[in-house]
Each structure stands twice: as C-alpha cells, then as structure tokens.
Ligand binder design. Sequence first.
Ligand code: SF4
Length: 299
Amino acid sequence: MINDIKRLKEEKNAVILAHYYQLPEVQDIADFIGDSYALSKQAANTSADTIVFCGVHFMAETAKLLSPDKTVLLPEIDAGCPMADRITAAQLAAYKAKNPDRTVVCYVNSTAGVKALSDVCVTSSNAEKILAHYKDHKILYVPDKNLGNYAKRKYNLDLEAWPGFCCIHNDLTVELVDAMREKHPEAAFIVHPEAPLDVLDKADYIGGTKGLIEFVKQSPYKRYIVGTEEGILHQMRKEAPDKDVVVLTPELRCYDMKKTTLESVHRALKTDTYAIEVDSSVAAGARRAIDRMMALSEQ
Ligand code: SF4
C-alpha cells in the first residue's frame, strides 16, 4: 500500500501534509510534518497540483484558502475538531454586533466562516506574539478559553476569551501532573497552552507543538512528561532519540486526528476524496485574516 501511495502521489503530482498528532505510520509517509502554521506555509508554497491533508477539517480548509487553485483532499471527511465547533459564524456575528469595539483574534482551529469575521488568525506557534501585538486593543479571542486566558495573564491584556476548549487538553489536571512528577521526579513537564491555567503553572515549558519538540531537542533534561496529544511523541523520538518522553496521560489522544489511516490516504489519492471547497462568500474574508497572521508572524 505504501508503494501504491507513492506511485499515485507521483502520478497526480500530489503532496502529503501531516500534523504531528497523526498516527505514526501516516506521519512516516508524509512529505511534510508540522504544526498548523508550518503546514499552512507549505500549503501556500507548494508546486503540487493536489494536497492530501492528513489532519482535521479546519486544516484542510485553511490549505484550500491558501491554495484555491489546487485540489485539497481530506482523507476522512468526518475528521473534525470539537474545539472549532464551539463557535459558529452566527454566534460571532451576534457578539460583534453587541461589542463593535473588540478586535477579534481567532485561533486557526475555527471554521472559514468564523475566520472571515475575525481581524486576524493565529496558531499556537504565533498566538502569543500576535496577541501581544494587539496589547493596546480590546480583544475577543475565540474559541479557546485556555490559550486566551494564558495570554491575557502573561501580557496583561484586555481580552475576553470565548468559553471554548479542546476536550483532551482541557481535561488535564494538577493531580495528574503531581502523580507523574512523583513517578518521574527528574523529568521536565512540558505542556500545550490549550491546557487549563493551573496545569500550565506546573510546567517547565509551555509551547505549541513545534515549540515542544524544539524544547525536547535543545534542553538538557533527559526525560520529559508531555502534556499534549500523544502523536507528537513519534516525532520527538525521531528528532531527539537520546531523550526519553512519556505522555502525561493516555487520555491525550484526539480521536478525530486518529481517524486518518494509510488506507484512507490511499483511497483519497485513488478516488480524489474528499475534495474540500470553501464557500466563496467567506473565502476572501478568511484569507485576509490568515494573510494578516502570516505578515505579523514573520515580523
Ligand atoms: S487535539 Fe483538540 S484542538 Fe486539536 S484537533 Fe483534536 S480536539 Fe481539536
């Protein structure tokens, strides 16, 4: 099957992009593995005709926004993100009507409709930088309350956080961290900012997926307790084979991210499924929010 995936890829001039939370075997057949930001950049710059996006729906939608002339395929059409579903465009429009003075910053984990109503988009790798850039504004941050409240406290922002969350990161607790620290007293605890504030307060390092991998590669600790989706351990082990990584809890498994398999990637290439389209009424607005993110991120 892997050989056939490679053959189809060549035939169709396709590129396979995979997020760090994908199954190890899917990561291993990808041309590029990365966080949402790096994958967006790949999608924007690729010369391929077809992008097979191994991730969840909003990621493929972002790729389509950045490469509207290319075919973007999501191998499993029901691979969604429960966090992105926590806010609809209609809810955001209603909020904006009542609060016209707030600058709307949306996490990339959101629909194109929500992005179109936002002033700027962010990913976990640039959220702090971009939110700090708007420190003189009144901000609404959607949809992740945890990342929003973390940045609000760190940069003393006038920020209202939408009450959404990632169902796996939001379930992390101080008790889980304490129990693992007792088991591995020499380890560093590293965590994604989608976790609650009291859990973040226990961390030796807080960062997005790419930041967490870089920390493991570069810091002197030998062992790490990892507070994010367990798929990332595969890359950590590949990129830092001399380090020991353990996941904080086996519950850190995103079932939407794990829907994509080698079989579904193969089917996607063979049958051109599932092609992602973005409603033309929201595409230009969503693209504007993403372009602003790219510009601020590179500053
Ligand atoms: S890990 Fe959380 S934020 Fe990421 S796709 Fe899964 S539910 Fe969404």
